[in-house]
Design a protein around this ligand. Structure first.
Ligand SMILES: [Zn+2]
Length: 304
């Protein structure tokens, strides 16, 4: 099953989905706490974008905004009820400097315990449970802080059976993360490489996919050509069952009037999809990637 903000949903009922999006993000001064905003205003601004996505036939929406960047499970619950979209939120933390103040002080095990508690008991007093673990790793050689966050994610994922969605830009960081996960016998199919399309090339994508890692081509929106090439390459290599496509779109920018400039969520289905079909990608394949693959990637693994 998939853990949505309204409760568990069966894999088969999750439907066509956008695997990496954001309703709201607050890139605030990292030395201060996230800012206040008017939740009703956010819902009013964002609902039409979500309605338009729903009208394309999309049913699932995976929200990748972590705590300290504006994660708001109650906002997602309200929008899920208003739009009929299955929405999924997360536990986990982002990267320095956008980390809660206790990040430095806590050990890997203590951080994992915070996330495990949310997975089991829900987020704060909301009763809403996270459906995956969101982390971010710095590019290049991993910092001590990033290694600790990754270690916490491995521990929390092994305990909760949730998948890890990791913002990871570039092959150096991804290779180092892979080596750490392998050394700790972590199941690589429980790791989604977010922003795999922002890195450096097809070889590393193929190599990671072959090792079990999910390849998230989530930069679709501003341009399509690159992602079509990457998708065709992974399909040709027989790795279509390791791929996710999405837009990293939205979002309501906290601190800007009416949320500032919002990028729409429907482009994946209204623009990328026909463009991919025209370039020779089978429509059934796109259907499988946006439906079965998303469900397989983010479903809560059954525990032995
Ligand atoms: Zn994102």
């Amino acid at each position: 099953m998939i853990q949505t903000v309204t409760g568990p949903v069966l894999d088969l009922d999750f439907g066509k989905a956008a695997a990496h999006e954001h309703v709201l993000v607050d890139f605030h001064d990292p030395s201060e706490a996230p800012r206040a905003y008017d939740r009703a205003d956010v819902a009013t601004v964002m609902r039409p974008y979500l309605d338009t996505l729903r009208e394309t036939g999309c049913r699932g929406f995976v929200d990748c905004t972590p705590i300290w960047l504006g994660r708001d499970p109650e906002l997602l619950l309200e929008l899920s009820q208003l739009t009929g979209l299955h929405m999924v939120t997360n536990t986990g933390w982002y990267q320095a400097p956008m980390l809660p103040p206790e990040a430095d002080r806590l050990s890997e095990e203590e951080i994992a315990a915070v996330w495990i508690d949310e997975a089991i008991n829900g987020i704060g007093s909301t009763g809403i449970k996270p459906g995956f673990i969101k982390i971010a790793l710095n590019s290049g050689k991993l910092s001590d802080s990033a290694r600790k966050i990754l270690g916490a994610a491995i521990l929390a994922a092994q305990t909760t059976s949730l998948v890890v969605v990791s913002h990871t830009v570039g092959s150096a960081a991804m290779l180092e993360a892979q080596a750490i996960m392998q050394a700790r016998r972590f199941d690589l199919s429980q790791f989604i490489w977010a922003h795999a399309d922002a890195g450096d090339g097809l070889d590393i994508q193929r190599q990671m996919a072959a090792s079990g890692v999910w390849i998230s081509l989530d930069g679709i929106g501003s341009r399509h050509d690159q992602q079509v090439i990457m998708l065709k390459d992974l399909i040709a290599a027989g790795l279509a069952d390791r791929v996710l496509i999405s837009q990293d779109s939205g979002w309501y920018h906290v601190g800007e009037p009416k949320g500032g400039k919002v990028r729409p969520y429907h482009t994946l289905f209204t623009e990328f999809w026909p463009c991919a079909v025209q370039s020779g990608i089978d429509e059934n394949m796109l259907d499988q990637i946006t439906t079965a693959n998303v469900a397989r990637a983010i479903r809560v693994r059954s525990r032995e």
